[in-house]
Design a protein around this ligand. Sequence first.
Ligand code: NAD
Length: 277
Amino acid sequence: MFGNNKKLTTRAFAVVTGAGSGIGRAFAVELARRGGEVLCSDIDLESAQETTDSIKAAGGRAWALKCDVSVRSDMEALAEQADALLSEPVNLVINNAGVGVGGKNIGDISLEDWEWTMGINLWGVIHGCHVFAPRLKKLGRGGIINVASSASFAAAPLMGPYNVTKAGVLALSETLAAETAGTGVNVTVLCPTVVNTNIFTSGRIHGGIPPVLNRLIELTGVSADGVAKTTLNALDRGQLHVLPQFDARMIWRAKRFLPATYTRGAGLLSRLAAAKL
Ligand SMILES: NC(=O)c1ccc[n+]([C@@H]2O[C@H](COP(=O)([O-])OP(=O)(O)OC[C@H]3O[C@@H](n4cnc5c(N)ncnc54)[C@H](O)[C@@H]3O)[C@@H](O)[C@H]2O)c1
């Protein structure tokens, strides 16, 4: 537990990045269902518009905006639009936008893929925290949810750039939580394993989706809606880390208590999975 910021997610004035699909859309819809006003931003304006249309059709209040989180001026413009559109200052920011990359070892995956992933998954969240954290602290009440991944600690082979960006988001979130303790601003970092969204088809997964991943999607089977609700409730409780699945919690413990053994095991499992293909 960190601070307590009860029911912040009820009637929130929220900004969500990557709100046009998957987990971001689920966050936006759930916040609107809880009576909030939601600025749904995405690099793909059309998809953000679809999210706002569904919110409005259910009687909620939402706006769609184009924002590429990797571009600092886009994030600054998003904050200005939030001031202009929401009826009260933003008190909840969800840095969710992210892309998938994987399928090649470090050294084989291109530096262009590294830079693309770093720009969106890490710099996007840095931009969001840089622009919005001072506003929330000034307000004296609010929340920031950063969407990391269990990749932030799992060190799974063939996912180097993704792992590095998500480890950065975890460190950023924990640092921000320490810095905002006692200010009335809560920070929550979401670390799921697999959630069935478009990320596996829209990103740069070289060689296609491995069968083991499809199996994992079936087995761990949480929906984006469930993950969004769990995470919003965790923010209301002042909980810093959200590991919504059993396998995420197992990996967290193994990594923490047996780090070297865990890493060797992850490498072995990856080679076995590749050999079965
Ligand atoms: N799906 C999973 O298994 C899973 C697991 C762990 C973490 N995550 C994380 O959850 C977050 C949401 O992913 P998702 O699974 O809902 O994927 P998704 O592909 O369904 O949605 C991602 C959204 O982000 C948007 N986006 C991409 N680049 C952007 C940019 N530069 N600026 C703004 N928006 C951009 C896309 O247009 C899309 O609407 C990501 O940060 C992802 O890394 C997903």
